[in-house]
Design a protein around this ligand. Structure first.
Ligand code: C2O
Ligand code: CU
Length: 642
């Protein structure tokens, strides 16, 4: 090969290199182009910046194809590098720009793939700048090095544009339709009316706290937060003070309260920003066992520790000698955010999975004397398999299964609502889904301990003093079934009654792009939040929901602001007590009919309380005709209820 041929070959090589750089840059430009519409809605300047980036990138592509030169390669390298740094800085810190200065935006697939293609094009441009390049004639020959480049560019561009097009909505408003000729009822007028009930004031400070080297998010420094114990009829005035690095809120799970106090970011309030506070006020009209937890980014924030018990003791009636509430949640220090959790799952789970109870892992000891009447309130706040060996197991969402040993007991209430004629039963597996509450009642034995163990035999709680009862083969025990427990009571809502409306609630999942990510999208009636179904009701209506689980997963369907009567399970009417729940455990491929009286106007979430499912879309709303909200969910406000 003579010198001229070598020259010629090197020229062709550089020509191809510049085509490859052009391809990568083009991919990145297309992804950025796809992101423009959503950014424009969010904040005009973001859109403009992105527009400029796209123009520069297209210019670079054209120049690389028509007039490749060494100078161009140098300039192109600097531009690409600058864009990558600027985008990373923006996503990671938000810079002092836009509606949420200095609040990290985070990376979705569109950003990551945009950056990915940008990195490839920078490397190629750098190579090009490295080699002295003379002007060469355009080459029409096809080079096989295009094939890998094309594949990489196509994949990245596909993922990038698909996730950019399915980005997090900028702003979704959950208001119900207003009939023509009527005026909207603003939900923030739906407050507790003034009254002279005894006032109970509490302050809950949401603050980070280190525990075993892990940062937990706490209310008043503990996980779970302080138990709030009040008497039926009290007026609760609870101030949330936010000392977290991010916005938060408090939802009063299971409590039927006025809509404006429901604590759902983007629906009934704006999330409370760091450094601010917010006061909730409502009358605790129904006795029972409830919980409170964050309803801003609740999946992460609840896992991180923002959960506590709210107990409303009845004003009249017999009280137990001992009344204990137990929050079952992740062990402090072992729960963390989704990606850390998944990281642990991927690299092998810790084997010491112990349901943590009231901030301790195992061996929580409670006092009680022989013959005393004990009420034990079990509050589910985490699923059993958050820390098992695979992501499919985690998505499956097995509830905690707890067994009481050493005393026969009654299940006196579910979700705070008393059961009718509860029989005394022996050890059974109590499947406590996230958000569910079981109130148990038993008499202390004369000379031994009552123990609460989980299905793997791990101790959680011991009550009283004396020898420990033996642990039988737990997996052989029957599962407690409320459909066949207690005795029937009259209910204005019956399975054979008349309903003003019946709505389907079809639970499904599929892989797809959602909120800028490829994920296992979780749906209700094929819709995912915040575009989930809106179940429209009017005050006074009898509303029936037909729930059908089409997935292999377990879901706990939770309705805000109401209790629903459970009518049928897999088509069979309940044989036992009237059961009113706000959180229903739905096993794979089961169906349930539930119904409620629409007696509490507002905009109420109805979602799966396996919060990773809600985070992936399984969330809808029961909305009362005419009720409107000034708040919105989405990237512009930063409100993200799940
Ligand atoms: Cu316990 Cu929508 O929440
Ligand atoms: Cu679910």
């Amino acid at each position: 090969m003579n010198a001229a041929d070598q020259q010629e070959n090197a020229g062709i090589f550089r020509r191809h290199l510049s085509y490859i750089a052009a391809l990568f840059t083009l991919g990145s430009a297309i992804i950025h182009l796809a992101l423009i519409p959503i950014r424009v809605q969010e904040y005009l300047l973001y859109g403009l910046f992105l527009g400029i980036i796209v123009l520069v990138q297209f210019g670079l592509v054209i120049a690389l194809v028509l007039r490749p030169s060494r100078q161009l390669a140098v300039v192109g390298t600097l531009i690409s590098l600058g864009l990558i740094v600027a985008i990373i800085a923006f996503q990671a810190t938000a810079l002092p720009l836009g509606p949420h200065p200095w609040q990290p935006v985070g990376f979705d697939d569109a950003d990551s793939t945009g950056i990915g293609t940008g990195v490839f094009s920078t490397i190629t441009l750098l190579l090009l700048a490295w080699h002295p390049m003379k002007q060469v004639k355009p080459s029409r020959s096809f080079n096989f090095s295009y094939i890998p480049t094309l594949i990489v560019t196509l994949i990245l561009t596909f993922f990038g544009t698909a996730s950019a097009i399915n980005a997090t909505p900028v702003g979704m408003n959950m208001s119900a339709p207003v009939p023509i000729g009527q005026t909207a009822i603003p939900m923030n007028s739906l407050h507790e009316l003034p009254g002279n009930q005894p006032v109970r004031s509490f302050t809950l400070v949401a603050e980070p706290k280190k525990h075993n080297g892990h940062e937990m998010w706490t209310f008043n420094g503990t996980v779970p937060g302080p138990e709030l114990r009040v008497t039926q009829g009290d007026r609760l005035r609870i101030t949330l003070v936010n000392h977290l690095p991010t916005a938060t809120s408090i939802h009063w799970h299971g409590v039927s309260l006025p809509n404006a106090e429901d604590g759902v970011a983007g629906v009934t309030q704006d999330a409370v920003s760091p450094g601010s506070s917010y006061t909730y006020e409502f009358v605790a009209k129904d006795p029972g066992t409830y919980l409170y937890h964050s309803h801003q980014d609740s999946y992460h924030q609840m896992l991180q520790g923002l959960v506590g018990a709210l107990i409303v003791e009845p004003r009249t009636g017999t009280v137990a000698d001992r009344d204990y509430a137990i929050v079952i949640h992740e062990a402090p220090g072992s729960s963390t955010n989704l990606w850390d959790t998944l990281g642990e799952l991927v690299i092998g789970a810790p084997s010491n999975q112990v349901p943590a109870v009231n901030g301790t892992t195992g061996d929580l000891h409670l006092e009680a004397k022989p013959g005393e009447r004990v009420r034990l309130r079990l509050i589910g706040a985490v699923q059993a398999d958050m820390k098992v060996s695979s992501i499919p197991d985690m998505m499956h969402a097995s509830p905690q299964e707890l067994v009481v040993l050493g005393a026969d007991y009654q299940v006196v209430a579910l979700d705070g609502y008393d059961l009718n004629g509860p029989q005394v039963i022996g050890p059974e597996r109590l499947r406590v889904g996230i958000g569910q509450r079981y109130d148990l009642s038993f008499t202390m034995p004369t000379s031994s301990v009552v123990r609460l163990v989980d299905i793997s035999g791990q101790e959680t709680v011991t009550i009283g003093a004396g020898p420990l009862p033996q642990i039988p083969d737990l997996r052989q025990l029957p599962v407690f079934d409320f459909a066949n427990y207690g005795s029937p009571a009259t209910d204005p809502i019956t399975a054979s009654g008349r309903f003003d409306v019946t709505y389907p609630v079809i639970l499904g999942n599929h892989f797809g792009f959602r909120q800028g990510r490829l994920e296992l999208v979780h749906t209700i009636n094929d819709q995912d939040s915040p575009m989930g179904p809106q179940y429209l009701v009017r005050k006074g209506q009898f509303v029936r929901l037909h729930i059908n689980n089409m997935t292999d997963e377990i879901h706990t369907m939770h309705l805000h602001g109401h209790h629903f009567s459970v009518l049928t399970h897999n088509g069979q009417p309940l044989r036992g007590s009237l059961v009113r729940l706000d959180s229903l455990l739905v096993e794979p491929h089961e169906s349930w009919d539930v119904a409620f009286v629409a007696d509490n106007p507002g905009l109420w979430m109805f979602h799966c309380h396996v919060l990773v499912h809600a985070e992936f879309g399984m969330s809808g709303m029961v909305v009362y005709q005419g009720v409107a909200t000034p708040y919105e969910i989405g990237s512009r406000s930063g409100n993200k209820p799940e």
